[in-house]
Design a protein. Structure first.
Length: 277
């Protein structure tokens, strides 16, 4: 199956009361583990190339890589460029084979965020590519502070930006290594009343599985971005494998167990929020 765009996945998710996991890719090993998990469970996923991933691998390569993996399975997969901080970054994603891009203009004045989001959306939609935007700032654990989404700003943005999904800040934080997020559930309900867009929660590693499931089944949050939680699993397995095989110089032999463990954990994550079977 060819890759699908974000709007296709999230519209179906909203209609059927489930969410799709935006899985943060750092390397090929992550991407193959996620794709195999999707294929074996028949649950759709979003492969995401964020700034860390793009720092080491060119966007043009990542677009082809994600597309290649999506074509190996009948399970729908979205190829998503995450946190494009400029018009040019998003256009590069559009030209490189991604089926969805995120423009993160959350730190800009609202009107400028809307203007650039709209410009990107107009171009993306001509190529059947989706756009995700953000209102409010999702900060970083022990780093930049979050600023919760203003409901009136969210309303204006959702009406004027032309995007297909809107990321919001409701207590979610990037890079949380434990389940300590205090999600403002009522605020999610308020935001979905003033917007028809599927909603997105970045920094979902800090949200416990019970809360994720509640949100997936009962709100218009159709996408949870999950990276830190999965990286912890992969790195723990990698350290264990290395310590067992310190004399080995076979890189694949050392890495392979971490792919298996990552796939196993990914299945748990996507089953928890995915379609009810």
């Amino acid at each position: 199956m060819t890759a699908v765009n974000l709007k296709t996945l999230l519209t179906k998710a909203n209609r059927n009361n489930y969410s799709v996991a935006g899985l943060v890719v750092i390397s090929w090993e992550d991407a193959i583990a996620y794709t195999e998990a999707a294929h074996e469970t028949k649950i759709p996923i979003i492969l995401q190339a964020g700034p860390s991933c793009r720092q080491y691998t060119p966007v043009s390569i990542l677009g082809k890589m994600f597309r290649h993996l999506a074509e190996q399975t009948k399970t729908p997969i979205c190829c998503h460029l995450d946190h494009g901080f400029s018009y040019d970054e998003c256009i590069e994603g559009i030209e490189s084979g991604f089926t969805s891009v995120m423009f993160d203009g959350s730190k800009l004045p609202l009107n400028k965020n809307i203007k650039i989001s709209s410009k990107i959306s107009n171009i993306a939609h001509k190529h059947n590519i989706s756009v995700e935007g953000e209102v409010g700032i999702v900060g970083y654990h022990n780093g930049n502070t979050s600023f919760g989404t203003d409901i009136e700003e969210a309303k204006k943005y959702s009406l004027e930006s032309g995007v297909d999904a809107m990321a919001i800040s409701v207590g979610n934080t990037h890079l949380q290594q434990s389940k300590i997020a205090k999600i403002d559930y009522n605020k999610i309900l308020k935001i979905q009343k003033i917007s028809k867009l599927p909603l997105v929660l970045h920094g979902s590693s800090g949200i416990n599985s019970k809360m994720r499931k509640k949100i997936a089944r009962n709100t218009k949050v159709a996408k949870f971005n999950i990276g830190t939680e999965l990286r912890i699993t992969a790195c723990k397995s990698l350290r264990k494998s290395y310590n067992k095989k310190k004399s080995s110089f076979d890189k694949i032999e050392i890495i392979k167990p971490s792919i298996i463990e990552l796939k196993k954990h990914t299945k748990k994550v996507i089953k928890n929020i995915g379609p009810v079977k």
